[in-house]
Design a protein around this ligand. Structure first.
Ligand code: MEV
Length: 303
C-alpha cells in the first residue's frame, strides 16, 4: 500500500520574529505544494528526494513518528515539490507535516491536527532549536491563520484570497541564524526590542480586523508599518527595501518583507489593475516574481 499527500507553502503576512517571543502573527498558505509518498518496504527506511537539500527534517520526522507510535521504520519516502526550497515558502515544515499525515494514513492511525502540530514542532525544535511553529500550522490547517507561538492559539480567519504580488530577492535566507542573531540582540537591548514586538503585536491585531473586513488600503498601511518595524529590528536588506519601495511607487497599497528577512521574499498588496506594474517594477529592482494564489487547502491526500 502507498499513500500520497500534499501540503501547501506559506507566506507570513504579519508578525514575523515577534511570534517567536509569545506574540501573534498572521500566516497564509499558497498554491505551491510539496508532495510526499510513503510505502511500506521490507528493508530499512529510505528517502528519495533529489531536490531536497536538507534531509534532516524528513529523517527526524520518521524517527520520532516511529518511536512515538512504536512502529518499525521500514518505509520508502519520496518527496517532490512545486517550489524551490530557496524561496522560504516553508518547504521544511511542509515535509514534516506531510510525512506525519501520510504515515498516520499508512498505518491507519487517527491523529488530530493538534497532534500533527505537536509532533511536528518537536521535530522542528530538535533540528533548528528555535521557531514559533507558524509554518507547521499553515501546512496543517490551510487558509489564513491568526497564530500564537507554539500553537497556543490557531484561529482560521474567514477571508478569501488577496491580490498579493510575491517577489523573491534572489538570496536564500538562513532563518534559524537570523532568529538566533536577534535573540542575542534581545539580551543586550531587551526593552528596546520588546517595545518593537509590542508595536508589531498591535499591527497584527489591527490587521486581523482589516483582513476580515476586506479593507485593502488599511491592510497595505499596516504592511508598511510592519516592514518599518522589521527594518528597526535590523532584519531587512537593501534589496528587500528597494523591492518594497518600488512596489509602493508603482501603485501597491502596501509592501513588506515576509519571513525572517535577510533575503527570501517580499510581498506587496496591490489593486488588481496595478498588479502588472508592480510586478514589472519588482523585476526591475532585481527581484523574481513567484506567481501564487493564497489561502488554499492544508495537508490532504492526493489520489
Ligand atoms: C520565519 O519565516 C519567521 C520567524 O518569525 C521565525 C518563526 O516564527 O519561526 C522569523
Amino acid at each position: 500500500m502507498k499513500v500520497k499527500s500534499s501540503a501547501p507553502g506559506k507566506l507570513m503576512l504579519f508578525g514575523e520574529h515577534a511570534v517567536v517571543y509569545g506574540f501573534p502573527c498572521i500566516v497564509t498558505t499558497v498554491d505551491r505544494r510539496l508532495y510526499v509518498e510513503v510505502k511500506k518496504i521490507e528493508k530499512e527506511f529510505k528517502i528519495e528526494a533529489p531536490r531536497v537539500k536538507d534531509l534532516r527534517f524528513a529523517e527526524k520526522t520518521v524517527e520520532l513518528f516511529c518511536r512515538k507510535y512504536q512502529l518499525p521504520n521500514r518505509v520508502l519516502v519520496k518527496i517532490y515539490s512545486d517550489f524551490s526550497s530557496n524561496f522560504g515558502l516553508g518547504s521544511s515544515s511542509a515535509v514534516v507535516v506531510n510525512l506525519i499525515f501520510a504515515l498516520s494514513q499508512l498505518y491507519n492511525l487517527k491523529i488530530s491536527k493538534k497532534e500533527i502540530f505537536d509532533l511536528g514542532y518537536e521535530v522542528v525544535l530538535s533540528i533548528q532549536g528555535v521557531g514559533s511553529g507558524f509554518d507547521l500550522a499553515a501546512a496543517i490547517y490551510g487558509g489564513t491563520n491568526y497564530f500564537l507561538t507554539a500553537g497556543r492559539e490557531i484561529r482560521q480567519l474567514p477571508i478569501g484570497s488577496l491580490s498579493l504580488v510575491v517577489g523573491y530577492s534572489g538570496v536564500k535566507a538562513d532563518t534559524s541564524m537570523i532568529v538566533k542573531e536577534l535573540r542575542r540582540k534581545t539580551l543586550n537591548k531587551k526593552r528596546e526590542i520588546f517595545e518593537i514586538f509590542e508595536k508589531i503585536k498591535n499591527i497584527v491585531e489591527k490587521a486581523k480586523i482589516a483582513l476580515i473586513n476586506n479593507q485593502n488600503e488599511k491592510i497595505g498601511q499596516l504592511m508598511n508599518q510592519n516592514h518599518y518595524l522589521l527594518q528597526q529590528l535590523g532584519v531587512s536588506t537593501e534589496k528587500l527595501d528597494e523591492m518594497c519601495s518600488t512596489a509602493l511607487l508603482n501603485g501597491a497599497w502596501g509592501a513588506k518583507l515576509s519571513g525572517a528577512g535577510g533575503g527570501d521574499c517580499m510581498i506587496a498588496l496591490a489593486p488588481k489593475e496595478k498588479v502588472k506594474d508592480v510586478k514589472k517594477a519588482i523585476i526591475k529592482a532585481g527581484g523574481m516574481i513567484i506567481n501564487v494564489k493564497n489561502n488554499v487547502e492544508g495537508v490532504k491526500i492526493e489520489i
